[in-house]
Design a binder for this molecule. Structure first.
Ligand code: UFG
Length: 338
């Protein structure tokens, strides 16, 4: 039996593919490469030392998915494919809802037709209502501030209802906090299109000189140094969380939401300082106004992942800063190269 990985050429998907193969799983990957690069797939094969079937198509295409499920013996689906830019989702809500809901529902429909009933979903800490008590647990109140977040939350609801209606289903909703870092080899990593929205890719491109300086969005938050605090988690730890979630889904029915975070909050300036120290490089920055929609502090209560999955983040901030920089230095222009 194989694990179907949708969005396997993306940042979290590619790292998870390597981990799955290292853990003895056979994988089949589908990705339409709309926001990722074929090189990521080549590098995954190189790192894992193993070939696997790769299909380039949009997961909204039910006919192609149907063919894939007919051809391969799929036992479980990990669904990463989706639109993920918060700001863009505010401008293009219809595209976000159409794509993120349709991929999930099409997958479920085809899975039902082929009697596949294990689903690991790529969700986000963004589903927690702003203003929640920190550290935030899975039973906190839910609610979002942008269409991207709502699309994740609605998919969580759809999957939970499917698992309720059919008690053979196992659904694990993994709520990621802030993934950073890269594979220790520097061969795969985060490769955002255009100017990065997220903090760490912005830092690595600034350190490289591709961007002039980082804007630190606000230094008047109620945090230890006034800058925003988040729960940064190494992408390799996150990848391991998916392997552990498959084992859980093999043994348990129903739907469950699980945080994948470290439980530790670092501020923007903590990250900048650690990055400069660990890598011996400068990250020029200026203090800028707060970014709309940001909150002061978000970090996880990660107890449930430990109890149920036996999972715990192992990498620290130095590892994350070192690995992010290695990837960026080795791939200054990302997968596309020159
Ligand atoms: N920040 C800056 N300058 C930048 C970019 C970010 O100061 O150029 C700050 C932000 O204000 C925030 C922190 O760095 O305090 C982290 O920002 P990111 O954009 O890296 O991450 P977010 O926490 O805003 O968003 C992440 C994911 C989203 C997800 C969200 C929910 O990128 O997909 O977490 O928890 F929805």
């Amino acid at each position: 039996m194989s694990i179907l990985v949708t969005g396997g050429a993306g940042y979290i998907g590619s790292h998870t593919c390597v981990k799955l193969i290292e853990n003895g799983y056979d994988i089949v990957v589908v990705d339409d490469l709309s926001n990722s690069h074929i090189k990521a797939i080549e590098r995954v094969k190189e790192l894992a030392g193993k070939d696997f079937p790769f299909y380039e198509f949009d997961v909204c295409d039910g006919n192609k998915l149907d063919e894939l499920f007919t051809k391969h013996d799929i036992g479980c689906v990990i669904h990463f494919a989706g639109f993920k830019a918060v700001g863009e989702s505010v401008e293009k809500p219809l595209e976000y809802y159409s794509n993120n809901l349709k991929t999930t529902m099409t997958l479920c429909r085809v899975m039902k037709r082929h009697n596949v009933n294990k689903f690991i979903f790529s969700s986000s800490a963004t589903v927690y209502k702003p203003g929640s008590q920190m550290p935030v647990s899975e039973d906190a109140e839910l609610g979002c501030t942008n269409p991207y977040g709502w699309s994740k939350l609605i998919c969580e609801r759809i999957l939970t209802d499917i698992a309720y209606a059919d008690d053979t289903w196992s659904v694990v909703l993994l709520r990621y906090f802030n993934p950073i870092g890269a594979h220790e080899s520097g061969k795969i990593g985060e490769d955002p299109a255009g100017i990065p929205n997220n903090l760490v890719p912005y830092i690595t491109q600034t350190a490289l000189g591709r961007l002039e300086k980082l804007s630190v969005f606000g230094n008047d938050y109620d945090t230890h140094d006034g800058t925003g605090v988040r729960d940064y988690i190494h992408v390799q730890d996150l990848a391991q969380g998916h392997v552990d979630a498959i084992r859980y889904a093999d043994e348990n029915k129903g739907a469950i939401a699980i945080n994948l975070g470290t439980g530790i909050g670092y501020s923007v300036l903590d990250i900048v300082n650690a990055f400069e120290k660990v890598n011996g490089v400068k990250v020029p920055y200026v203090i800028a106004p707060r970014r709309e929609g940001d909150v002061a502090t978000v970090y996880a209560n990660a107890n449930k992942a430990k109890e149920l999955l036996g999972w715990e983040a192992k990498k620290n901030l130095e590892d994350m800063c070192r690995d992010s920089w290695r990837w960026q230095k080795q791939n200054p222009k990302g997968y596309a190269g020159e």
